[in-house]
Design a protein around this ligand. Sequence first.
Ligand code: SAH
Length: 368
Amino acid sequence: MTELQQNLLNLDRQGLEAFFARLGEKSFRASQLMKWVYHQGVLEFGHMTNLSLALRETLMQSTTLDLPKIALERKSRDGTCKWLLRLDDGNSIETVYIPENDRGTLCISSQVGCTLDCSFCATAREGFNRNLTTAEIIGQVLLANQQLRSTSQDRPVTNVVFMGMGEPLLNLTHTLPAFSILVDDLGYGLSKRRVTVSTAGIVPAIDRLKESADVALAVSLHASNDKLRDELVPVNKKYPIAELIQACHRFVQADRKKHITFEYVMLNDINDRPEDARRLIKLLAGLPSKVNLIPFNPFPGSGYICSPVERIAQFQLMLAKGGLLTTTRKTRGEDIEAACGQLAGDIKDRSRRHILFQDLRYGEQVSL
Ligand code: SAH
């Protein structure tokens, strides 16, 4: 790809319409192109027979539909599949496909590494290099579907969760168009319940998400008091629990059908005691929500132990008795380091974590 060639996978419907308008083409060209790419999986302009020959020629010369390259595929005993994807600049990211009886969930990355430094997450150890482009984000879904179609009887992707590497709400410039392509009928046409964005709690970005996209929200809470959350999820020092919960109330207020999923990683003797459960019940009272307990997935040098199964069951029972709808996430793909918090990719320059919050565009550059 030359500097001048634009990757059209970076553009959602609105962006493509503007692009074709600049070429002097009608806006329905956007819908034709999207159908080829997202409905048919066709990425070669030469095969897009309802575009005029002249237009196909122009697109071939000045644009691309480039995907990341699969560097490695690993398949778990339980059917979970992890791909290491190489990007143009030599960085690599990871994407995980999790087949279930009634769905196929793809867990995708939004950044090369992460800036947030959560103490129990393997991605944090890798540092941060850069935000992914929209093409690299949506490219993960295109690639997964290509692979699933060609290699197995697995169903294509029916659900997408932004729970891979990175903080999707610190890359809204590129994640918003990706959300749009996922829910657009001309894109993947996924219902908004099937696209879940997981955040460590970037308060202004939660408000912006509410205005700009219609997707489900998951919040990585992990602690019910600020002292512990400051330690586990350091971005809590910037956006403490009370502010985060208020933002969650604002998020669901806009739509009475909405609820928020709170993720809570179970760390032995750290956040799994009865008083933690009691505080959590108080904190979430009156907020349409669901709690998803995540057994901690260990990685070398993490320094944490997962709560024993009985402790997790007790914790779940306490929350349920306190009126909170609670589930425990089944760990998948741990034999191939594909489970939550185990994604690491391959990051070229790890020294860029200081570039925090660069994408928020609120006129502030914040360091933790
Ligand atoms: N930055 C986003 C999305 C990435 S992490 C966020 O924080 O939500 C996706 C989920 O996996 C988060 O809830 C995260 O806290 C959890 N997670 C991270 N490390 C984990 C580990 N070692 N074991 C279990 N869950 C983990």
